[in-house]
Design a binder for this molecule. Structure first.
Ligand code: ADP
Length: 485
């Protein structure tokens, strides 16, 4: 397996604490498998609370010197890290595909997207200016400055094992924080490779620490440890709520990027071909395993049948296979449990009257592969309407009026991404106000960018990543009142 890497030392199988690669205290390990063929990829240390306490202490010891650097100096490290990522793109893409399953082209895209957070925050941290507020009382002057919160922790998911890390580490380090990272147990190697590159470009010991292992033990220690002042988590709503409860006694700042249930609305006046291209990208990227994937296709009655016909042809044309094969459009799901979940949702929809137009079953390739699926007759009582599908299943329902579409779109406890295909400017503006979502893509579905605030409302989470807001999530505002002037 390692033979396909040109630099095998990027494939790190140990944790990073205080600049040292290390094993778990008791030498226990977790096994990691390739979702495409279920073959073992290797092991990583199974760390717990004790190793986490050491990593937090290392991050805390590194904080004074790191936060005392100028933004320009910290930014130089981030830029060097970005360059190292670009220089190792092919190996990083292969590691990502091996552990996560997505096609290599998607893996490259994820890595470059992730890398783009480094230069953005290297630039942005130079512009974190305080205010001098007009005096509110004679003889006084009020001033503010922004300071890093201290030690931050990042807990990242398996579906974007690479890009979720820069999204958190770049603003944290740019702000002057040091960080403890826990990647998902199923996909730890991208984060470890990234840490290896961080060490190569000379990021000081303790500024970034990476722990693999027992999620509840590591997460539990992160939550209760009073030295950790900020937790950024991307994952399920269920775990996010638990983590928020666990962090309450130590009152940490939190960013939570949780689940979604994105409506993808197509109006009669939409550009059909464009809508179909966007629908395919939004639904089938990463085999439907993204938190901003289109989850419910709401299609106006005048364009519904043409949209369904066009989508069916495109879904049938998708080539399913191992992500390392350049001809593959869609890889496997992450594991057998994911396949079971998705299949159960399709069976539920079928039982409640949905029509299967394409796919709808486990793929002939077996293992973790599922057929790209299109079903029509979606209804609000179906599980595919109510919850995150997290699989390659497009479910379509018709609507008649804009009001009806908005009511359906908002009929969920989630509020992350939403999509609208229309050429009507006034409608666009109305929907921007009416949709209860943190993000709306109008005639475009690629929302994540370093420059823009990514995040949700309702049960989709708290806080924003990217943009200037993403930096302030790792900073406190300090206010000074000067009297007696
Ligand atoms: P998913 O179901 O998509 O894997 P999870 O929310 O379970 O999403 O996982 C997201 C991240 O949270 C992973 O890194 C996982 O290991 C971690 N995690 C899972 N359980 C806990 C927990 N109790 N405390 C902290 N982190 C956890």
């Amino acid at each position: 397996m390692l033979d396909i890497l040109s630099d095998k030392s990027l494939f790190r199988r140990q944790c990073l604490i205080n600049g040292q690669w290390c094993d778990a205290d008791d030498n226990s390990v977790l096994a990691v498998t390739n979702p495409a063929n279920e073959e073992p990829l290797g092991t990583v240390p199974k760390c717990g609370a004790a190793e986490t306490r050491r990593a937090v202490a290392a991050a805390s010891a590194a904080f004074p010197a790191w936060s005392a650097l100028t933004p320009l100096q910290r930014g130089a490290y981030l830029r060097a890290w970005e360059q190292a990522i670009k220089d190792n793109l092919e190996d990083l893409a292969k590691i990502l595909t091996l552990e996560e399953g997505k096609p290599l082209a998607e893996a490259r895209g994820e890595i470059l997207q992730g890398a783009s957070y480094f230069p953005w925050f290297a630039e942005e941290c130079r512009r974190v200016c305080g205010d001098v507020t007009p005096s509110f009382r004679p003889g006084t002057q009020a001033l503010t400055r922004h300071a890093p919160v201290g030690v931050a922790a990042a807990i990242t998911p398996w579906n974007f094992p690479f890009s979720m890390l820069p999204r958190k580490a770049a603003p944290a380090l740019a702000a002057g924080c040091t960080i403890v990272v826990k990647p998902a147990g199923r996909t730890p190697y991208s984060a470890l490779a990234l840490a290896e590159l961080g060490m190569r470009v000379g990021i000081p010991a303790g500024v970034i620490n990476v722990l693999t292992g027992d999620a509840a033990a590591i997460g539990g220690e992160i939550a209760v440890n009073p030295t950790v002042r900020k937790v950024s988590f991307t994952g399920s709503t269920e775990v996010g709520k638990q983590l928020a409860a666990d962090c309450a006694p130590t009152l940490k700042r939190m960013s939570l990027e949780l689940g979604g249930n994105a409506p993808f609305m197509v109006f009669d006046d939409a550009d059909l071909d464009k809508a179909l291209d966007l629908a395919m990208g939004s639904k089938f990227r990463n085999a439907g395993q993204t938190c901003i994937c289109a989850n419910r296709f709401l299609v106006q009655s005048g364009i519904h049948d043409r949209f369904v016909d066009g989508l069916a042809a495109r879904v049938k044309a998708l080539r399913v296979g191992n992500g390392l094969d350049p001809d593959t459009d869609m890889g496997p799901l992450i594991n057998a449990r994911a396949v079971e979940r998705v299949d159960a949702m399709v069976r539920d929809a079928e039982a409640k009257g949905a029509r299967l137009l394409v796919g709808g079953h486990r793929h002939a390739l077996g293992g973790n592969f599922y057929e790209p699926t299109l079903l029509t007759g979606l209804k609000p009582d179906m599980r595919v309407f109510q919850g995150e599908i997290f699989g390659p299943v497009a479910a379509v329902m018709p609507f008649v009026t804009e009001e009806e579409a908005v009511a359906l779109a908002n009929d969920t406890s989630y509020g992350l991404a939403s999509y609208v295909c229309t050429r009507d400017l006034a409608r666009t503006w109305r929907l921007f106000g009416a949709l209860q979502y943190g993000m709306v893509g109008v005639n475009d579905a690629t929302l994540a960018a370093a420059e823009t605030p990514f995040g949700g409302v309702k049960y989709s989470g708290l806080g924003r990543e990217g943009s200037s807001e993403g930096l302030l999530e790792y900073m406190e505002t300090h206010y000074m009142l000067l009297g007696g002037l």
